[in-house]
Design a protein around this ligand. Structure first.
Ligand code: AMP
Ligand code: MN
Ligand code: MN
Ligand code: MN
Length: 283
């Protein structure tokens, strides 16, 4: 059984439509795939429907923009009720923060000699409910300012680069509680990837685990090297946290994140399903 619990469609910053993503997941030999777009449930109904048609199980996920001690942390939620009021209010706030900083970034880009016309940007935003830096990066590629998303981020858009503008993210503790209250299972995405273990130290993960607020950590992820995976897996064992593995697929938007490049064990999925059922969520 091949299970990939973290993928993105064009509803956030992936490049596949929901139907393409599900078809590609099946072609990659996956039995189960979770759609986990950033800060929105918008693509889930259509992806689940496509899964029924193509005979592959599609799970309802989300990747929420959170922060801890001023550092950006990504929180995966599985099986959250998509109509949960408090969670949706928070997601709307996050999306408004993401889109709200775009005019400032567009002004900075123009000042740097890289004007991005709104219609070009709009083509890449598509029907995504918020505008993210990957959409800006795609517009910059089309306009010939950069070769790819990596260059766009490394030169202009990353946190320490000139175009970056900080945005609102939910405090991690509140995010964990919102996910669980919405019936979901809370897993921290790539905890020691782009964010270092100094910023999200063992004590913090242990604290959330002991307080029974956190269900798991994503161990097998392309941003973790072999040593990091081994340490994180041992830590998850010690703390009684679930250890997941996934691709973080973004279509052509992220290289080396092919569907199924990392997977989650069936026993972990069984436990996730049991917890969602217990909490009244919908996986
Ligand atoms: P935003 O939501 O506007 O803050 O943009 C964050 C998104 O940009 C994340 O979802 C990542 O998928 C993507 N991202 C962050 N850093 C990079 C990078 N160095 N290269 C490509 N994509 C990135
Ligand atoms: Mn992304
Ligand atoms: Mn992430
Ligand atoms: Mn992701």
């Amino acid at each position: 059984m091949r299970i990939d619990l973290h993928t993105h469609s064009a509803v956030s910053d992936g490049t596949d439509t929901r139907a393409e993503l599900v078809a590609n997941a099946r072609a990659a030999g996956l039995d189960v795939v979770a759609l986990s777009d950033h800060d929105t449930f918008d693509g889930l109904a259509e992806a689940v429907q496509a899964g029924t048609e193509l005979d592959i199980r599609v799970l309802r996920g989300i990747e929420i923009s959170a922060e801890h001690d001023g550092t950006s942390v990504h929180l995966l939620g599985y099986g959250c009720r998509a109509d949960d009021g408090p969670l949706n209010d928070e997601l709307a706030k996050i999306r408004e923060g993401r889109s709200g900083r775009v005019p400032t970034m567009l002004r900075r880009l123009a000042e740097a000699g890289m004007p991005v016309p709104e219609d070009v940007l709009a083509r890449y935003v598509g029907d995504s409910p918020s505008i993210g830096r990957p959409h800006l990066a795609d517009a910059m590629i089309e306009l010939g300012y950069v070769a790819d998303r990596t260059e766009a981020f490394d030169t202009w858009l990353a946190e320490d680069r000139p175009i970056f503008v900080k945005r609102y993210s939910v405090p991690l503790a509140a995010g964990l509680d919102l996910v669980r209250a919405a019936g979901g299972v809370a897993v921290i995405a790539h905890p020691w990837g782009r964010v270092s273990r100094d910023q999200l130290p063992v004590e913090v993960l242990a604290g959330f685990a002991r307080a029974a607020r956190l269900d798991g950590v994503e161990v097998d992820h392309q941003d973790h090297d072999a040593a990091t995976r081994a340490e994180l897996r041992a830590l998850a064992d010690r703390l009684g946290l679930l250890a997941t593995g996934s691709s973080d697929y973004h279509g052509t938007g992220k290289v080396d994140h092919d569907l199924g490049c990392n997977t989650t064990g069936p026993a972990v999925l069984t436990e996730i399903s049991a917890r969602v059922a217990e909490r009244g969520g919908v996986l």
